[in-house]
Design a protein around this ligand. Structure first.
Ligand SMILES: NC(=O)c1ccc[n+]([C@@H]2O[C@H](COP(=O)([O-])OP(=O)(O)OC[C@H]3O[C@@H](n4cnc5c(N)ncnc54)[C@H](OP(=O)(O)O)[C@@H]3O)[C@@H](O)[C@H]2O)c1
Length: 266
């Protein structure tokens, strides 16, 4: 299948590591022009080099900065437009929730969670839609979490349980508004995907419980019908498909990539 991604400009937020990096790698393999981002400059540069070496695609640039701030997003998109004139695909992906229950979350942490998760998507969308509307073609995809569909119960992730569904609601509204312009808006929900973040999380849970990180991982895999975590590439293949030409009629959906873990029918 021809994904029709050659020369498309793909901005992937949070792509120096993890699932964003895996998506950037596939976009590069498909001949897109790719923007790698993250706060750490060293990791951004390393990923740009790695993707260029691995794919032979030299149309990869790196931009280091905090993409939860309006200025950070504006500056990043300005640099992309200066170089390539437009943005065709924007993946939003930067939120890292605190593990806390309701009684320990401060007022400022509530605002912080909203700022990081919801406002990042608002800023990125606002910056790129003028170009997408002009081209009458665009792809907006948010990397969210299965907790947008099935809130965490065992883990004290109360802020995530609130702001993740808010982004799913935002994406649905955007899908209605932007469909007439050929812009699709979708959400992909990871279950457990083996990134550094998940390994670090297993290490800290293991320390609290006084067990090995393998034991923590086996405990959480029991809830996954496939009995294993997913790879970043398995997850990001779905993201890239939604960004492709053949996915032109798919909009306003939230798709989980979770090895069968979510129990609901839809
Ligand atoms: N992995 C899973 O199983 C899983 C499950 C559910 C939800 N999620 C969610 O999916 C998203 C990605 O997870 P991941 O596992 O791929 O994480 P990861 O491996 O930690 O990668 C996150 C990427 O985002 C960048 N980043 C973080 N904050 C940023 C900011 N403010 N501005 C710019 N870049 C930023 C990081 O680079 P720097 O640190 O250098 O900024 C890194 O490149 C997160 O929202 C996570 O909560 C993941």
């Amino acid at each position: 299948m021809n994904l029709g991604l050659k020369n498309k400009v793909a901005f992937v937020s949070g792509s120096s590591k993890g699932m964003g990096k895996a998506a950037a790698m596939i976009f590069a393999e498909e001949g897109a022009r790719v923007v790698i981002t993250g706060r750490g400059k060293e990791a951004v540069n390393k990923t740009v080099e790695e993707i260029m070496m691995s794919t032979g695609n030299t149309e990869i640039i790196g931009i280091a900065g905090d993409l939860t701030s309006k200025e950070g997003v504006q500056s990043a998109i300005r640099q992309v437009v200066d170089k390539w004139g437009t943005v065709d695909i924007a993946i939003s992906n930067v939120y890292g929730p605190q593990a806390e229950g309701f009684e320990t979350v401060s007022e400022s942490e509530w605002y912080e969670a909203y700022q990081q998760q919801v406002m990042h998507v608002v800023y990125l969308t606002s910056e790129v839609i003028p170009y997408m509307k002009k081209n009458r073609w665009g792809r907006l995809i948010n990397i969210n979490s299965i907790s947008a569909k099935e809130p965490h119960r065992e883990l004290p992730l109360v802020t995530a349980n609130v702001v993740r569904p808010a982004v799913a609601g935002l994406q649905k509204s955007l899908a209605f508004e932007l469909a007439p312009y050929g812009i699709t808006v979708n959400t992909v929900l990871p279950g457990s995907i083996e990134t550094e973040r998940i390994k670090e999380y297993a290490r800290s849970r293991a320390k609290i419980k006084g067990v090995s990180s393998e034991e923590v991982q086996i405990g959480s895999w029991a809830k996954i019908p496939m009995n294993r975590v997913g790879t970043p590439r398995e997850f990001s293949s779905v993201v890239v498909f939604l960004a492709s030409e053949p996915a032109a009629y798919v909009t306003g959906v939230s798709i989980q990539v979770d090895g069968g873990r979510v129990r609901s029918l839809f």
